[in-house]
Ligand binder design. Structure first.
Ligand code: AMP
Ligand code: GLY
Length: 425
């Protein structure tokens, strides 16, 4: 099978790594890829948000299966264009990807499906939004409706912050994404991510994870794309996961099918869990980054079979082979991230690190120059390890981090703290 993966971050490196382990994979191309991916697969330059260009490329390269990593090509309809051209694709249609691309759409689906989520209202002008905030008081959450690269959410602990967020969003701070604003109830609890594969009708859970969004230790400082993650998430006990499936995920997937926009691909549910009850925070139409890295480390080669079964509508009979293991990833980022940062540092020590089924450095923003790996993004490396326990995975990951020679980089030393605190360590 000839496979094309779209994307070039740590998520796509881990997808490529898992796919390459499956003997079914004859050839793998990743577009655009990065320096780490280039060590295990061919990388190609391609406008991955241009469905026509991707379809032509797939045709020219005799691709059998396309796996779409990030949300932008999904929202741009690349999966639709490829399916129309007869390709097997892992990833939802643009219509189904609205579950990520529009917060108001998701809230409507949740209401129609009876899925528990925060109370909400949508606004297209600032004055009624301000009145709603004054009426409900803080804490309260203000969200730009559309895709805003993870930055369109303000969790306001006081009314002034919420009112300022409304002004910012309608003032164009998020461009078109802020033309409509959703305001919702603040939910308290512990957050965790639940990943399921969908084939339009059937749903298969493939793992749980928690990430650390804040840049600083103790979960402090500004939000980032994620500074580390671990799987499984202890708060998503089998009981909570069963409730999430019955009350949130299956009703959502059924409602999408009923509306003629069946959901096919991975559905990533961000949940808030309080007193054993899950409520939906948000959906994403893709794997999380860096959550994907810990999921792929645990799933390995079977990830390809499962994604193929989802794309072919065969999930009813698919099973996940669970190893009962744990994985943890530490993100190494360029100093200054999520603000401005320098590019071009040479990163040393990588050749001496173990790379096997239990240890991998997944690359995100890296570029090869003169045979050396250089930093070319904010989040640069995902140092990932697997273990029999979370403590074990954590110790292995940090031992690898210690071997990376990159004075211009930084990382959090406390990835997994919440779960480790709750364990018997
Ligand atoms: P989202 O982009 O919708 O995931 O929001 C980003 C982050 O904001 C989430 O991961 C939560 O930590 C937080 N958040 C979003 N909505 C709520 C809510 N209704 N209550 C509390 N926190 C929220
Ligand atoms: N790590 C969070 C995300 O991928 O949305």
């Amino acid at each position: 099978m000839n496979i094309l993966i779209l994307g070039g971050g740590g998520r796509e490196h881990s997808l490529a790594w898992a796919v390459m382990q499956n003997p079914k994979c004859d050839k793998l191309i990743v577009a655009p890829g990065n320096a780490g991916i280039a060590m295990i697969a061919d990388c190609a330059t391609l406008d991955i948000e241009d469905g026509g260009a991707v379809a032509n490329f797939a045709e020219e390269n005799a691709i059998d299966f396309v796996i779409i990593g990030p949300e932008a090509p999904l929202a741009a309809g690349v999966a639709d264009r490829l399916r129309d051209a007869g390709f097997l694709v892992f990833g939802p249609s643009a219509a189904a990807a609205q579950l990520e691309a529009s917060k108001a759409f998701t809230k409507e689906i949740c209401d129609a499906a009876g899925a528990p989520t925060a109370a909400w209202a949508r606004f297209t002008s600032p004055e009624p939004a301000r009145a709603y905030i004054r009426e409900h008081g803080a804490p309260i959450v203000v969200k730009a409706d559309g895709l805003a690269a993870g930055k369109g959410v303000v969790v306001a602990m006081d009314e002034a912050t919420a009112l300022a967020a409304v002004d910012d969003m309608f003032g164009g701070a998020f461009g078109g994404a802020g033309a409509e604003v959703v305001i919702e109830e603040f939910m308290d609890g512990e957050e965790a991510s639940f990943f399921v594969l969908c084939d339009g009708a059937n749903v298969l859970p493939i793992g749980t994870a928690q990430d650390h969004k804040r840049v600083g230790e103790g979960d402090t400082g500004p939000n980032t794309g994620g500074m580390g993650a671990y799987s499984p998430a202890p708060v998503l006990t089998p009981e909570v996961a069963a409730r999430a499936m019955d009350e949130i995920i299956r009703p959502t997937v059924a409602e999408m099918a009923r509306r003629g926009m069946p959901y096919q691909g991975v559905l990533y549910a961000g949940l808030m869990i309080a007193d054993g009850a899950p409520r939906l925070v948000e959906y994403n139409a893709r794997f999380g980054d860096p959550e994907c890295q810990v999921l792929m480390m645990r799933l390995g080669a079977q990830a390809l079979d499962l994604m193929q079964a989802a794309a072919e509508g065969r999930l009813e009979d698919a099973r996940v082979n669970w190893a009962g293991d744990h994985a943890l990833t530490v993100v190494m980022a360029a100093r200054g991230y999520p603000g401005s940062y320098a590019k071009g540092d040479v990163i040393g020590g990588l050749d001496d690190l173990p790379e096997d089924s239990g240890h991998m450095v997944f690359h995100a923003g890296t570029t090869e120059r003169d045979g050396k790996i250089t930093a070319s993004g904010g989040r640069v490396l995902n140092v990932t390890a697997r273990g029999a326990t979370l403590e074990d995975a954590c110790a292995r990951a940090y031992a690898m981090v210690d071997g990376v020679d990159w004075p211009g980089g930084f990382y959090r030393r406390d990835i997994g703290w919440r779960a480790l605190k709750g364990s018997d360590r």
